[in-house]
Design a protein around this ligand. Structure first.
Ligand SMILES: Cc1cc2nc3c(=O)[nH]c(=O)nc-3n(C[C@H](O)[C@H](O)[C@H](O)COP(=O)(O)OP(=O)(O)OC[C@H]3O[C@@H](n4cnc5c(N)ncnc54)[C@H](O)[C@@H]3O)c2cc1C
Length: 474
């Protein structure tokens, strides 16, 4: 392996070939949840597309598998190498240049290592919106977002990452650079190859740059937190708000009381929003691109009128409407801190599921009693993007259980939750992908033919099986 390391150093420079004996690799070898850890042969940190291509060719020549890595915030261990000491982590962090911003075309062309939040800020500087938004936005990278087809909190209005990508540049498994960096909104010239790489979790190629869609920047915004009794009422509220606000309605996040309580426990500054306890709460947002006080006043009026109607109809029991940007951020923090609060709380068995929006309430009503019947004192922490039918249905260990004992129940808990998902024709991984956490579930919940077609695509693009092996496919 010394040959490989020497050639890699000649290619990338000594400082950008990190090995376990010479550097602290902890940031690269363990996933965000601390669930998976590995031992790579090396971490390579190329600076540009040409270096990525050369590094991939070098790895292919030595028969070394590559694990692409962005911000390493993925939930399924997709960016974590195995323990063989023969995999190479390829970090995209240094590919962080903005190649172009075209406000007239409403696009920006950026490299894969750009941190999501910097792209949101860049769009805002041009009076535009890049709408992808998620709790990890301060550290996840756009390449990772594209590779996982990330969802987030504005899918309701703007779609998943897939809907925000117009073009891609990809280094293929043999080191060739596939240039699909077209900034076109119409292009029916054969198979739309970019979609193969979106959501492929680095198993088909390495994304090095992308053309992203921009939207008019919102200048008016309204945020509220509502308390209600049931998920069915949350669905009624969703219909009511969408009816009143149309496309201006951008986010609708459901949280069980237990989720909010966990945030308050682990983030002590979190305000108590309601005097009484309410089993379910919803965070919602509406925005409008119109400028000036008039647009804000008009949005506030429609937003408040819709919420008053919901109160009058008994759809919601109480509501807090943000009266300042600071308060809006405080309300959003409650939702955004749930993942981290659960991390502090300890072992939980995570599910990131989707069912048709109209079935969410029935799904929750069906699965919760099954869990309680199987495990006395179990604590389902249910929250998520209700507007997309996507719930993070995380099952925290019953009080008194040890972490290892609870983790040993993973398959049984998964079967309880995911069998119900399957009955609703749902998805067992709505937005977090497969990685090495959920790939075995594919064999349980997808048809053999669907898996076979995926394998044929993989074989065609990565015949040596060197692109992120052991991930995504069972
Ligand atoms: C607090 C928190 C909140 C989150 N909220 C959400 C949410 O609301 N919605 C959501 O969808 N996700 C969410 N996530 C999960 C995570 O942030 C996303 O999956 C994100 O898109 C991963 O980006 P990353 O740069 O960290 O990728 P990584 O974790 O580094 O990699 C993820 C996968 O993509 C591959 N990959 C990375 N970069 C490339 C590349 N350039 N080319 C090819 N393959 C690549 C990796 O090999 C791996 O398989 C959250 C995570 C955290 C920690």
């Amino acid at each position: 392996m010394n040959h490989f390391l020497n050639e890699a150093r000649a290619l990338l420079g000594d400082a950008h070939v990190l090995t376990p004996t010479q550097a602290d690799l902890s940031a690269y070898v363990t996933d965000w949840r601390g669930k998976f850890t590995g031992t790579p042969l090396a971490v390579l940190r190329p600076a540009d597309t040409a270096q990525v291509a050369a590094a991939v060719k070098l790895c292919a020549a030595h028969g070394l598998a590559i694990v692409p890595q962005g911000g390493n915030t993925g939930m399924c261990g997709g960016a974590t190498p195995d323990g063989s000491g023969r995999q190479v982590v390829l970090s995209l962090t240094r590919l962080n240049r903005v190649r172009a911003v075209d406000p007239l075309n409403n696009t920006m062309t950026v490299e894969a290592g750009c941190v999501l939040q910097t792209l949101q800020e860049l769009a805002a500087e041009h009076d535009r919106l890049f709408p992808l938004s998620l709790g990890a936005e301060g550290s996840c990278q756009i390449g990772g977002n594209i590779a996982t087809n990330a969802g987030g909190v504005q899918v309701l209005r703007y779609g998943n990452t897939r809907d925000l990508v117009l073009g891609l540049e990809v280094v293929l498994a043999d080191g060739q650079v596939l240039n699909l960096l077209r900034a076109l909104r119409k292009d029916n010239t054969g198979y739309d190859l970019k979609h193969l790489f979106i959501g492929a979790e680095g198993t088909l190629g390495i994304i090095t740059a992308a053309v992203l869609k921009l939207f008019p920047a919102p200048h008016a915004s309204a945020v509220a937190f509502a308390a209600l009794k049931t998920p069915q009422q949350a669905l009624q509220l969703l219909g009511l708000m969408r009816g009143a606000l149309g496309d201006r309605f951008t986010a609708f996040e459901l949280m069980s009381d237990a989720s909010v309580a966990m945030v308050r426990q682990h983030f002590p500054g979190t305000p108590a929003l309601f005097a009484d306890a309410h089993p379910w709460q919803v965070l919602m947002q509406a925005t409008d691109p119109g400028a000036g006080d008039g647009a804000q006043a008009a949005l506030d009026a429609s937003f408040q009128a819709a919420l008053e109607q919901a109160l009058e109809q008994g759809v919601i029991d109480d509501v807090v409407i943000a009266t300042s940007v600071a308060q809006a951020e405080e309300l959003w923090a409650v939702r955004e801190n749930i993942s981290e609060a659960q991390q502090h709380d300890g072992a939980n068995i995570k599910h990131d599921i989707a069912v048709p929006v109209s079935s969410v309430a029935a799904f929750i009503a069906e699965v919760q009693p099954l869990l309680h019947a199987a495990y006395a004192g179990v604590r389902p922490i249910v929250y998520g993007h209700l507007g997309d039918g996507n719930l993070h249905f995380n099952v925290s260990r019953p009080v008194g259980w040890s972490t290892p004992d609870w983790q040993a129940e993973t398959d049984r808990v998964n079967a309880i939750v995911l069998d119900v998902v399957a009955r609703y024709q749902g998805s067992f991984s709505a937005e977090h992908g497969m990685g090495q956490l959920k790939n075995h579930e594919m064999a349980l919940y997808k048809t053999p033919l669907e898996i076979n077609v995926m394998r044929r695509v993989k074989q065609a693009l990565d015949p040596q099986g060197l692109m992120n092996p052991g991930k995504l496919l069972p």
